[in-house]
Design a protein. Sequence first.
Length: 593
Amino acid sequence: MRNFRVSLPGLQSIRAMKTVDRNTERTSQNRTGSGAGKFQIDTGTIIICIGILLIGIYLRFDRLTTVPPSLSHDETAITYNAYSILKTGKDEYGIRLPLLFRSFDDYKLPGMVYSTVPAVALFGLTELSARLPSFIFGVFSILVMYGLAIELLGDKRWLALGKRKFDSALLPTFMFAVQPWHINFSRQLFESNGAVFWFMLATYVLLRSRRNYKEILMAGLFYVTSLYFYYSVRLVIPFIGLVYLLLFRKKIIREWKTTVVTLAVCIIAFLPMGREMLSPGGMERISIVSVVNDPNYLKLKEEYVKKFGTNPTLVNKIIYNRRVALVRTVFDNYGKNISPRNLFITGTGTYGALYPFESILIPLGILSLFSLSQFSTYLIIVWALTAFLPGAFSVNQPNTLRTLIAAPVFAILSGLGIYRICLFILDKRRNQIVAFFVMVILFSLFAEDFPRFHDAYFVDNPTKNAIAFGDGYKQMVTYVKAHETEYDRIYISGYYWRPYIFFLYWGNVNPTDYQRSGSREILGKYIFTAASWDTNGIKLMDSSFDPNTLHDRKNTLYILSDKEYNIQMKHFRLIEKINGRHAEHVFIAAVQQ
């Protein structure tokens, strides 16, 4: 087999107790490349790397347009706004090139909307155009993971296998490529997936800046880019920056010109987004998801008020107050997200965010951290601890979407766990037989866990949770568009979600027409009824609802949910039952009795 010879940094080995009294910058330089060495990388390593990438591509692209079975409301909202930008330069509300998209009044960040424009230009309003951007971010994240692993492992990267050397950076890369958490969110149009890619790329360049400080500018710009995609990274980036500042403060001061330029450029790049985040829309988003609106916090606060009221002592005032209730809720939410149940059983719905066998690898990976460079160790620890803060400070927990930033660091820890077992196998001073059998057991567990995840995600989840994914909306819009000329007015139910966005998407409504005369409640002959959480509007679910009170026209079609039809059966005559790809009787087409 032909070998390829490349130059790589020769890294000094680390002895933790012997480097305590060295200054931090010199230690970091020694650990990241003060010498030079050469290793053989044969075509086998290249083939393995390509193989891992192909596995990652397959798991993210296989049945991409049909699993999940339909586009969700957020996917249709993001993609239709990208379509609107493409056609008119404005969002659905007629705002030119916005930095916050109002959407469902949740004020989406602009990164994923603008990233989706090329896909919409190529494929129109389809399932593929909606999911292709997230797929691409997911695949490129695997490549970035390989670079991250190389930088984090440093001189620990190479494992001697006889006359050859195995690139252990492939281990975290493989674990990331097959990770349920990342696969799940790479197959739908989630803003957080784009943020994770840019965060990983920024962290990779940040690690490289230890050798070439000028790269700190690109790292900063990539971090700023991630802030344009999703809110959660705001709680992680400052802590990563703080670690870098503490460990490389001398270099930062010495290279002050590069530091000043980097700060200035990053501030200028973030300024437009920062201004929008502090706008009423940006603050509205924070208010919607803030932990202060968590039902658990509100309930706990009420309990504390009652306890203090029954015994209003100074001690009880200290113990039972809203601040203590808030802190307790934050810690409870954090615990929910890091719980084994969330991570290994339920994190992606019908499966865990990680494989169960990783519960063995992750503790081993944590032990391996302390053999890495000081910055690599602290970086991974801070990353892992802060990644769950977005969940701790928001409602509806646990939430693997808001904490997706943790997915790469768990892949790194699992890869380091395998790496540690390999070291035991290769070290003749240790019990190699035991380590070998541990590796065999882990491989067997993976061989069992992977098919289980595959069936849960690709078979069980699409059928069991079809309606939650928006199954039936495309079929419903197809039906009403085919029959719209037969009716003077068409009412569409908001039982599952606000229906207007699905109608705009699957009805291929011209954005100019919608901006001119449409709204979330009405578009031409179409009336979109209210969702259950709306305070105003027509609610077909109410038992007191009477269609005769709406208008004088008799030639009206009603699209109701199956449950609404059962409640309102006395008022309506069934015309058609509309099925989704998997779910049956999602909608009922009916007319008045």
